[in-house]
Ligand binder design. Structure first.
Ligand SMILES: *Cc1c(COP(=O)(O)O)cnc(C)c1O
Length: 385
């Protein structure tokens, strides 16, 4: 009997598992075979081969990822950037124009500004709330509207409902990078987004031990992404598929804990005299607190904050904290901190950073799974005089 599961917690563990199970195995075994016996597949894209993204390990993940966001289809990829670049290249062709939110993940920004123009695709960056600017930027060749659920590192949320309405009204394909929210807190296809993209490297795997990505959305679009991925070659290795499937099982438990923990830490930091400002959607001071409360099931585990003492105070905090690790990336079990101006956004000039609101003293925090009380104690001692 085809199983159907109601809640995300159950889907994370069971959705997409073949019935009967492979030799009764409770866990999907690793199918470390590059090629499979020919069964008369008539089309190239159906031939069973790891690069064609159709081993049993891929098929379980594809079905499970689709179920998580209540979408028609999904495709697991070799990295978040493989999902993003391949999806953009499958939606856009030479002569097309892309509307994109003005604050994008660094790799995506680079792909849109440096690589897509080589293939004849132009773009306009727009503010996530300025619907008049969206209208002005629209061209007859505009094909898609690309946004992120939350910006990095300021955790701003665009007007997601307006983005979907605008895309539908103008025949654009709506695309969203949902990495920061995760399918536990937000499911873009339910709001009407056509394609939802993820870096599974982050929360979906959740253990900071692999790189993977996913495209989730309408079946016809996902088929286009698969055909492009089959050619570009960004397929996830079966062993990494196995690790990702294992990591994903605990996503709901992890994200709900991180939602709570981050909100408590944000409240603590917001009250602390050494802190100038905290950016987390759980705070009423956050400009999109109400949008987040309406659309999301949780405010997420990512935040950023500015210390009153500037860069020096941030560096002192890094030296004195004993639990958080100073590292890029996010969404794992370990709490991570980084100064984006020094690491992630160091490619931008001081001017460009100031324009996008990324001060040199801004600290980004990915809350892990350690004890919330112990993390707060650690920040407390690190911030004391
Ligand atoms: C990390 C990240 C990516 C890129 O993912 P990779 O798995 O590193 O390729 C894209 N978008 C967001 C929001 C990310 O945090």
């Amino acid at each position: 009997m085809a199983a159907s599961f109601k809640t995300i917690a159950t889907k994370l563990i069971h959705a997409g598992t073949p019935r009967p199970r492979v030799n009764g195995a409770v866990v999907t075994p690793v199918f470390q075979s590059s090629t499979y016996e020919y069964l008369g597949e008539a089309k190239y894209h159906d031939v069973r081969y790891i690069r064609l993204n159709n081993t049993p390990n891929h098929l379980v993940l594809n079905a499970r990822l689709a179920a998580l966001e209540n979408a028609e289809a999904a495709l697991v990829t070799a990295s978040g950037m493989a999902a993003i670049s391949t999806a953009l290249m499958s939606v856009l062709s030479s002569g097309d124009h892309l509307l994109a939110m003005d604050c994008l993940y660094g790799g995506t920004h680079g792909f849109v500004t440096k690589d897509l123009p080589l293939y004849g695709v132009s773009h306009t960056f727009v503010d996530g709330h300025d619907t008049e600017a969206w209208k002005r930027a629209l061209r007859p060749t505009t094909r898609a509207f690309y946004v992120e659920t939350m910006t990095n590192p300021l955790i701003q949320i665009p007007d997601l409902e307006a983005v979907v309405r605008f895309a539908k009204a103008h025949g654009l394909i709506s695309m969203i990078d949902n990495t920061f929210a995760t399918p536990v807190n937000f499911r873009p296809p339910e709001l009407g987004f056509d394609l939802s993209l993820h870096s599974c490297t982050k929360y979906l795997n959740g253990h900071s031990d692999l790189v993977a990505g996913a495209a989730i959305g309408r079946a016809e679009l996902i088929e286009g992404v698969k055909h492009r991925l089959d050619h570009l070659g960004g397929s996830l290795d079966p062993h990494a598929c196995f690790l990702l499937e294992r990591g994903m099982k605990t996503l709901a438990v992890r994200v709900r804990y991180q939602n709570e923990s981050a909100a408590r830490i944000a409240a603590f930091l917001a009250r602390h005299p050494a802190i100038e400002r905290v950016n987390h959607p759980s705070l009423e001071s956050h400009p999109q607190h109400r949008i987040a409360a309406r659309l999301f099931e949780g405010f997420g585990g990512m935040m950023s904050f500015v210390l009153k003492g500037g860069v020096e105070a941030a560096e002192r905090l890094f030296k004195r904290c004993t639990i958080p690790i100073i590292a890029v990336s996010l969404g794992g079990c370990e709490t991570l901190m980084i100064r984006p101006a020094a690491a992630i956004h160091s490619g931008l000039s001081a001017d460009e950073r100031a324009k996008s609101g990324i001060s040199d003293a801004l600290v980004r925090l990915s809350v892990g799974l350690e004890s919330t009380d112990e993390l707060i104690e650690d920040f407390e001692q690190a911030l004391s005089n």
